[in-house]
Structure formats: structure tokens, C-alpha cells
Design a protein around this ligand. Structure first.
Ligand code: PMP
Length: 411
């Protein structure tokens, strides 16, 4: 009678389901260390002062409206976004080698990249770090692409498995796609050092792999938007002479507009000899990217794009945003120290220095799935079962409680 009767029921998304369980939890003290979203020291979502000011300016503007954007999005956003990530003095920007389109946040940028790769890059394997953000695999595989892992995290030493990483880059078929986290690696909170980046990028370049930089946390690692673009900018220097570079950029976290879905996809073309009409190549790529967007969303959402564009193109607001980034990243860093110090004071078995050494929003705590389950059941402290904790969920009112809970489940 109906073709839908035998549809398989899928389990709920493990990350978003935490939110549901939290809502259903009637205990008075609950702590959300699940989703990577910034909270202030009272545990509330934070609207950045730069965003508030930009919203005011936009709404006061007599030309304020809600018209459609063009298919490629708001040009002042995509250009400003490219500058903040690639750098004001980027040779690729100067030489017109960057094709940019607006996307539905970072996820949409990755989706465009996956579609583009499946259409124009042949049968390439997509290499993801082990571990990585859970959605990476789903996004690429939904486009029919095959994924593989490269070594990243050494669980025993809670450090980078550089040897394994380089080995896997060398072992991959030439011209494979490597997805790398531009900074603040999710879930481990562990980024390569500058020296390590240098050898990783040299090895990627030698194999002519196509690198996709996923930049979802620019500013959260060091507090500086420029410092956090270090790997990407070095990557462009080392890779772009030979191979194209994909860049997927999210503004969800660093402007704190998670639900507005502001992002960009940038394709940086390699330097080519004078015989190639670079402009024509860029135009052809733009037209293909436009076709992808047109068939899927017609045109990207405007409101968040206008806000971010206003911030990027108004010097006082840009300066305020840089300050907001420091406010967020330094509060998270303070919470890392507080959590570690409480655990040490409680004499919790094990070494907890990695919580302070890790960077960005997350700590890969090393807590086992059983410990995570007990944290939730017995203490109403929620995190994903990989042991990844969103440190932004800690504040001066709950950090000691969380440390006591961890202390109890670890013993
Ligand atoms: N990449 C990584 C590594 C992420 O952690 C996230 C968000 N959790 C994204 C991309 C995309 O986020 P959004 O679609 O909200 O911009």
C-alpha cells in the first residue's frame, strides 16, 4: 500500500541528541559540554558586541531590505572573508587566483567542495584525520566519494602522531585529497606545531595532493585571527605553486552566529604559465559553482552575510571583533586551567596537563565511554562518548562541580 512502510529508522544524531537528553533532564544542576558553542561565564549564549553593533548599523540603513542575494552570495562578504583568512597581502588574491562563493556555513562549504570534487576531480580518495569531526565522512560519502583515514592522534601520549601522519601522506595515491583542520582541531584540540606543519605541508606538496583546509575555528586557538591562519597561509605558499587548494570557511563560531549559517567556499588556483588564460579558468569554475548553488538553494541566506560583511568592511567593527575573539578564547583558556587545577587539587588519578595544552573549543579528555556515561547518569554532566568536552560549557560557577564529577568517575 505504501512504499514507505519499510524505511529503516536511524538512530538520532549522537551530538544533537545530547541537547534533547539535557532538555529532558529534570535535575537542577546540569552541565552541557556537548556541542561546540561558546557560552559566557554565566553559561549563556553570547551575542558578540561587534555583531550587535553591525546589526544596528544594518537596520538603521535606509536601504535595509530582505531582497535575494546573487547566486554566489554577497560579494563584500566573500571578498572580506577571503582577506581575513588568506591575508591582506595574499599573492593568490592579488593575482586573481581565488574563486569564492558564499555557502551555508562550514557544512555547506564542505558540501560544495565534495560536489565539485566528485564532478571534476576524477576518482579521488578523500583522506580524513583519525579522528575527525564526525560529519566529514558523511558529507563526502553522500557525494559518492570514498574516504580513508590518516594517522593523527596518538592516544597513549595524547600527542600528534607525526610519523604516522607523514607515512600516510606518502602512502596515499598521488593527487589524493587531504582534509586538514586549519586550526583548533576537532575533536582533539591538538594542532601541529609550526615545524610540524612545515614538514606536513612539504610532504603533501611533494605528493601533489589536493589539500582542503577546513577553517571552522579561526581565532579560537590563539585568540588571533591572523595567527590562526598560519597553517593555511603557509600551505598556500608551499602547495599553490603546484596544486589547487580548497578552503572551507565557517563564521558560525568566530562571530557566534551558529544558526545564521554564514560561510564561504574558496578555491585557490595554482600558479600557471602565461599560456593559460587564468581568468577564463576562474570564470568557468565560478559558473560551475553557481550551478551547484542555484540547483540546491537558488541563492544563499542574506541576513547573517550582511552582518559579517559589515564587520569585515568597517574598521572599527573589525577591531571590535578581534577583541571579541580574545574575550572568547581567553575565557576558554581560563576554564582549561581551572579544570586542570581542580583535578590536581582533588588528587584525581592521572595527568591532566593535556587539558591546558590543547587548543580551541575542545578538550579530548581521555575519559572512556563508560566514564562519560557515568558522568551523565550520576552527575548530569553531558559530553560526547569519545570523551570530547566542549570547554566553552564550563564557567566559574560549574567548573569545580565538573572536576569533582570527573574525579569521582575516574576512580
Ligand atoms: N568543520 C569542523 C571541523 C567543525 O567542527 C564544524 C562545526 N562543528 C564545521 C566544519 C561546520 O560547522 P558549521 O556548518 O556550523 O559552520
Amino acid at each position: 500500500k505504501t512504499i514507505f512502510n519499510n524505511i529503516e529508522l536511524l538512530p538520532p544524531d549522537s551530538l544533537f541528541n545530547i541537547k534533547q537528553r539535557l532538555a529532558n533532564d529534570s535535575r537542577s544542576v546540569k552541565v552541557d559540554l556537548g556541542i561546540g558553542a561558546y557560552r559566557d561565564d554565566t553559561g549563556k549564549p553570547w551575542v558578540l558586541p561587534s555583531v550587535r553593533e553591525a546589526e544596528k548599523l544594518i537596520q538603521e540603513d535606509p536601504s535595509y531590505n530582505h531582497e535575494y542575494l546573487g547566486i554566489a552570495g554577497l560579494p563584500t562578504l566573500t571578498q572580506g572573508a577571503a582577506r581575513v583568512l588568506l591575508g591582506e597581502d595574499s599573492p593568490a588574491l592579488r593575482e586573481g587566483r581565488v574563486v569564492s562563493v558564499q555557502s551555508l556555513s562550514g557544512t555547506g562549504a564542505l558540501h560544495i567542495a565534495a560536489k565539485f570534487i566528485s564532478k571534476f576531480c576524477g576518482d579521488k580518495l578523500i583522506y580524513l584525520s583519525d579522528p575527525t569531526w564526525a560529519n566529514h565522512k558523511a558529507i563526502f560519502e553522500t557525494q559518492g566519494l570514498k574516504t580513508a583515514n590518516y594517522a593523527y592522534w596518538n592516544a597513549a601520549s595524547k600527542s600528534l602522531d607525526l610519523e604516522g601522519y607523514l607515512r600516510d601522506i606518502k602512502a596515499a595515491p598521488n593527487g589524493s585529497v587531504f582534509v586538514v583542520h586549519a586550526c583548533a582541531h576537532n575533536p582533539t584540540g591538538l594542532d601541529p606545531s609550526k615545524d610540524e606543519w612545515s614538514s606536513i605541508l612539504d610532504t603533501l606538496a611533494a605528493k601533489e595532493h589536493i589539500v582542503l583546509f577546513d577553517s571552522a575555528y579561526q581565532g579560537f586557538a590563539s585568540g588571533s585571527l591572523d595567527e590562526d591562519a598560519y597553517a593555511l597561509r603557509l600551505g598556500l605558499k608551499k602547495l599553490a605553486p603546484v596544486t589547487p587548494v580548497f578552503v572551507c570557511q565557517s563564521f558560525a563560531k568566530n562571530v557566534g552566529m551558529y544558526g545564521e549559517r554564514v560561510g564561504c567556499f574558496h578555491l585557490v588556483l595554482p600558479q600557471q604559465d602565461a599560456a593559460v588564460d587564468q581568468k577564463a579558468v576562474a570564470s568557468a569554475i565560478s559558473s560551475q559553482l553557481a550551478r551547484i548553488t542555484r540547483s540546491e538553494l537558488s541563492n544563499p541566506p542574506a541576513y547573517g552575510a550582511k552582518i559579517v560583511s559589515k564587520i569585515l568592511n568597517t574598521p572599527e567593527l573589525t577591531a571590535q571583533w578581534y577583541k571579541d575573539m580574545i574575550t572568547m578564547s581567553s575565557r576558554i583558556h581560563k576554564m582549561r586551567i581551572a579544570l586542570r587545577d581542580h583535578l590536581v587539587k582533588l588528587g584525581t588519578p592521572g595527568n591532566w596537563d593535556h587539558i591546558v595544552g590543547q587548543t580551541g573549543m575542545f578538550s579530548y579528555t581521555g575519559l572512556s565511554p563508560q566514564m562519560v556515561e557515568r558522568l551523565e547518569k550520576e552527575h548530569a554532566v553531558y559530553l560526547v562518548n569519545s570523551g570530547r568536552a566542549s570547554i566553552a560549557g564550563l564557567n566559574s560557577g560549574n567548573v569545580e562541580y565538573v572536576a569533582r564529577a570527573i574525579n569521582e568517575v575516574v576512580r
